[in-house]
Design a protein around this ligand. Structure first.
Ligand code: B12
Ligand code: SF4
Length: 346
């Protein structure tokens, strides 16, 4: 076997509906379609001893770990340390947004051998297939104490994204259903330019599954017993043709669903259409009740837009959820107070 992929524990896994580890699932699918054997462990459910057993039996060359900024780093480092102690020849590869943003700092850790920046499918496949490492785009590596960053890789095209499916046979999908709710992702990227967001730097071209492909994958979720879908796409509503077909599908299958939307993209006609096709909740990135901070963030929305989205969702009986931030560089105490007051008022 060439590789094992690991999704480490998350601090608030118990409080949330666990999202399937899509990062490593898509990479696994890409590998399996190229005849590379791979196993997946989600350590929110699986035990590290199962990983050790699989390593002992299969002697993989690489372990890939998906890591987000925050407490997951702590768990990931503990995993790497124990693996290296037992199996010191295995090469450990970190991927995900955290190491994409901070590849040098990540590689300074003695337990990490490689970082894969950006989308992992092609780069990881090239690494495990034995391509000359100096020619692998998107790879960061170390030689002695020196750290090297190969040029960036190309993102997957829309048609390559449409070739990817979720290899459910590698995990138990039922683990990810709570009260019939299942979290799903059907696209990558977002064309907007909010100053704090990773999409602005790495991922500003939207690429999504076609409606037909979404339906194929969603049908599988329904088979697992799910009736409510939460879409985690950064820009679920990007393509209106796709949305129209999906709306009909949601109605036909009686699916209740939630998705994210920008406050200034919602109008009564979209809200009414969404509601009558099963939408129960929309998530909005409001970020601040201070227009000055919204401008610093390059959100391209106004306080009025935030209020209007709340009015529309209330009038159409869709629940609304907003995310807020404080601690933005350039934000003053007055801005924080404005944000707080705004939240209290509405
Ligand atoms: C679902 C989700 C969650 C879930 C957890 C995910 C899960 N699987 O259970 C929950 C709700 C728990 C969560 C929490 C948080 N999240 Co979150 N989350 C997401 C979301 C919406 C989807 C993740 C996903 O599945 N993406 C789809 C996959 C295919 O993309 P991907 O993960 O980037 O993976 C690709 C590459 O990164 C790379 N890759 C990833 N892992 C690996 C591993 C290897 C070995 C290789 C080679 C490559 C590789 O290849 C993959 C395929 O191309 C993303 C936004 C997004 N659209 O991605 C935010 C996002 C990842 N989260 C983010 C943040 C900020 C957080 C929080 C810190 C929020 C907070 N303030 O508390 C917490 C952190 C929790 C923690 N660390 O303990 C940020 C950035 C995180 C970062 N810097 O690492 C994002 C990008 C949202 C945003 N726009 O700001 N999150
Ligand atoms: S709209 Fe959302 S996903 Fe798009 S760039 Fe802004 S914060 Fe990022």
């Amino acid at each position: 076997m060439k590789s094992i992929l690991i999704y480490p524990q998350l601090e608030f896994a118990k409080a949330q509906i666990p999202t399937p580890p899509y990062s490593i699932l898509f990479i696994a699918d890409y590998l399996l379609k190229r005849n590379v054997d791979v196993k997946i462990f989600d350590l929110r459910f699986d035990k590290l001893s199962q990983v050790f057993d699989t390593i002992s039996k299969n002697d993989p060359e690489f372990i890939g770990i998906s890591v987000m900024t925050g407490p997951q780093i702590y768990y990931a480092l503990k995993i790497c340390e124990s693996i290296k102690k037992e199996f010191n020849k295995i090469k450990i590869v970190w991927g995900g947004l955290h190491s994409t943003i901070l590849p040098t700092q990540t590689l300074q850790n003695k337990f990490i051998d490689f970082v894969i920046r950006g989308e992992g499918e092609k780069t990881y496949h090239e690494l495990v297939s034995g391509k000359n490492i100096s020619q692998i785009k998107g790879l960061s590596l170390k030689k002695g104490k020196k750290i090297f960053h190969n040029p960036n890789s190309n993102q997957l095209t829309t048609s390559e994204i449409n070739e990817l499916s979720i290899p459910w046979s590698l995990i138990n999908p039922k683990r990810y259903i709570r009260n019939g709710n299942f979290n799903m992702i059907t696209s990558r990227g977002c064309p907007f330019k909010c100053a704090f967001c990773y999409n602005t730097l790495f991922n500003n071209v939207w690429r999504g599954w076609t409606a037909e492909k979404c339906i194929q994958e969603l049908d599988k979720c329904l088979d697992f017993g799910s009736k409510k879908i939460t879409f985690y796409d950064d820009y679920f509503f990007a393509n209106s043709k796709r949305i129209k077909i999906l709306f009909d599908y949601f109605k036909e299958k009686d699916i209740r669903w939630k998705a994210e939307l920008r406050v200034n993209r919602l109008d009564y006609s979209l809200a009414e259409e969404a509601k009558s096709h099963g939408c129960v909740q929309m998530y909005f990135g409001a970020e601040s009740g201070s227009q000055r901070v919204l401008n610093i963030l390059n959100k391209n929305i106004s306080i009025k837009d935030i209020i209007q989205s709340a009015k529309i969702t209330k009038d159409t009986d869709i629940s609304a959820d907003y995310s807020w931030m404080i601690g933005i560089p350039g934000e003053t105490k007055i801005d924080v107070k404005k944000n707080y007051k705004f939240n209290k008022k509405y």
